[in-house]
Design a protein around this ligand. Sequence first.
Ligand SMILES: O=C(O)CCC(=O)C(=O)O
Ligand SMILES: [Fe+2]
Length: 324
Amino acid sequence: MVGILAENLAVSDGPLNSENATLLRPSDPTLPLEELHKRYEEDGYLFLKQVLPREDVLEARNAYFSSLESTGVLKPGSEPVEGIFDPAKSHEDYPGIGAGHADGNGRPGGEQAAAFVDLALDAHYQHWYAEKFCNHPALYDFIAKFSGWNKNTLSLRRTLLRNNIPGSKPIGVHYDQIFLRHGDPTSITAWVPMGDIKLNGGGLIYLENGDSIGVELEQAFYKKAKEAGLSDEEAKNAFNSNMMATGLLSEFPAEFARDNDRRWLVSAYEAGDVVLHKPHMIHASTLNHDPDNVIRLATDLRFCDSSKPYDKRWMNHYTFNDGV
Ligand SMILES: O=C(O)CCC(=O)C(=O)O
Ligand SMILES: [Fe+2]
C-alpha cells in the first residue's frame, strides 16, 4: 500500500508519497564537525535545524511582505509576516522570479503583474536583505568554520528571493553547478526558507544520493561538448545548450526520480532552518499546496573559497536577463 506523507504533497507531474519519497535527514548544527562533514559528503546535503535565529528570519519575512503589501497580494486583514495570499486573486497576476520560466531568467508576467514584479525584484537591493539578511553572521560563521575556508569565505552577491504563491510554477530539476560553471565546483549553496513551510507548502526537495548522478551528468555533458570539437572554454559555455534552455534537467520531478531509480527527500521547514547542498546535488521544488494559502518564501545564498576561481558573474546583484 502506498502511504501518504502529507495530503496533497506533489510535484508538477504528480503526487509524492511513500513510494517515491521519504524524509530529509535533519542535523543539529552543534554536532561535531567531523559528523557534519560526513553527512554532507555522503548525502550531498546538510539539513541544519535552527542555525539562524528564528526572530531574525521572521523579521526579514515581515520586511519582504510589507514591501509588497500595496500590490494587493496579501489576504485582507492578515499580517504581512504571515504572508498569506489573497484567495480572491489569481496567482497569474503575481508571478515568481526565477522559477525557470520559458524565457530563462527574464522578467515574468505582463502589464498586470508589473508592480508586483518590480517590488519583488527591488527587495533584493534593500538594506534589510542585501546587507543584513544575506550576511547574517550566524550563517556566515557556520560556513566559514564548516568549510575550513575561514577568512577566505566569500558570500556571492547574486541571490534569488523566491516567492512561490499557492498554485504557481515551482522550479524544475537541476543542480547548481550548471549556473556556477565558471567557478570551482566546491561552492556551497545555502537554501534558506524565510518562514515556516509545511510539508505540502512548496519546500525544496532533494534526490536521494543525487550528488553522484549530478557529477555523472556533468561529465557526460562535458564529454559530449568535447566530442563536438569544443575547446574547454566553449564547452563551459555550451553546458546550457546540452539541456533545456533554462539550464534545467527536467520539468518533471516524478518522472526524473523514476527514471533514475531514486526517491525524493522531502521536509517541512521552520524559520531558522537552512539546507546546505553540494554543487552537483540534484534538487527541485514541490507545488505550493498550503491549505492556509501561505506564500512560500525562500532564498538561495551561495558561498565559495575566494582563493580558488569563482564565478565572477555572481558578484552582482540579481537582475533580469543577467546572463547567468
Ligand atoms: O527555492 C527554490 O525553489 C529553488 C532554490 C534552489 O534551487 C537553490 O537554492 O539552489
Ligand atoms: Fe538550485
